[in-house]
Design a protein around this ligand. Structure first.
Ligand SMILES: [Zn+2]
Length: 297
């Protein structure tokens, strides 16, 4: 499932083709994805120019010159394919033949013009849990998708002090607190497990234990903030290298096969140098947690 790094990777793939470009035609191949498309979706986009391709948590938000924002969510299996079209053959259908095996899941095709260049951006989503919406830009911050989102886990605003503020008085297990989208937005199960391992913190420890006045609590909060930012940054970096080969031949998503330290490694040796422990799996809030019982305290 696309997590924040994959969504950011998608944003970075879309921005060069779409920013400054105008939709010349939008083709939707079915009435809905997870939800119905907004009324007159294609018509409302046509002739609009994309000002900026942004991301908030796991949402892509494309600001248009008509003050609407095209919001897109990749759901469980959504991905984009960007093709620069030969201007001699601008409908692009002939470029499409090598993707016929996947075309049944190509639900939206955006045609764009950017100066002299023509692009085709195809949205493919086999499981159709993704969705697209058009929202007026001045209603975006208070929209149900965005109103309750916590802080972004990328960038410097997430530091130890911020974590201590967020987790004050929270008795929930640390893992549940980090996964709470109202506190930190867009972090999924895999990266939470990885960040906790990197910080050497147990997923079972109460979140509020990072908020006491002791020196060790402050160090733990700093370590956790560093680990979260680092895990996400490395995943985004790795994701970038998979852009050109986004789709595998069996039709599954070709996201970069991240090498994980704990995720999905039950029973294997801990990767930390000085640690002789094994990776355990427990279930917390209905999700698998992978961690090392020896070095994560
Ligand atoms: Zn260990």
């Amino acid at each position: 499932m696309p997590e924040l790094p994959e969504v950011e990777t998608a944003r970075r793939g879309l921005a060069p083709a779409m920013e400054g470009a105008t939709f010349t035609r939008v083709k939707i191949n079915r009435p809905n994805l997870r939800f119905p498309f907004p009324d007159n979706f294609a018509v409302r986009l046509e002739n609009c120019q994309v000002r900026e391709v942004t991301r908030r948590a796991k949402y892509l938000a494309l600001y248009l010159d008509n003050e609407e924002v095209l919001v897109m969510h990749l759901g469980m299996s959504g991905s984009f394919h960007v093709e620069k079209l030969d201007t001699e053959n601008i409908d692009g259908e002939s470029l499409h033949h090598d993707r016929d095996r996947f075309a049944i899941h190509d639900h939206v095709i955006f045609y764009l013009e950017n100066g002299k260049n023509q692009f085709q951006v195809t949205y493919n989503d086999p499981r159709r849990f993704g969705f697209m919406d058009l929202i007026n830009s001045d209603q975006l911050a208070n929209h149900k998708y965005f109103a309750n989102l916590g802080i972004e886990p990328t960038g410097n605003s997430l530091d130890g002090e911020c974590i201590r503020d967020l987790f004050t008085n929270r008795k929930a297990p640390l893992k549940a607190a980090i996964l709470d989208q109202k506190l930190i937005a867009g972090l999924g199960n895999i990266y939470v497990c990885e960040a906790l391992w990197q910080a050497g913190l147990s997923p079972k420890r109460q979140a509020k234990t990072l908020c006491t006045s002791s020196r060790v609590a402050k160090i733990r909060a700093d370590k956790l903030a560093d680990a979260i930012r680092d895990v996400i940054a490395r995943a985004i970096e790795a994701g970038g290298s998979s852009l050109n080969d986004h789709r595998q031949t069996d039709g599954t998503l070709g996201y970069f096969q991240h090498r994980f330290n704990v995720y999905d490694r039950e029973g294997e040796n801990c990767n930390r140098k000085e640690c002789a422990g094994n990776i355990n799996r427990i279930v917390q809030s209905g999700r698998s947690t992978y961690y090392c019982g020896s070095c994560q305290k």
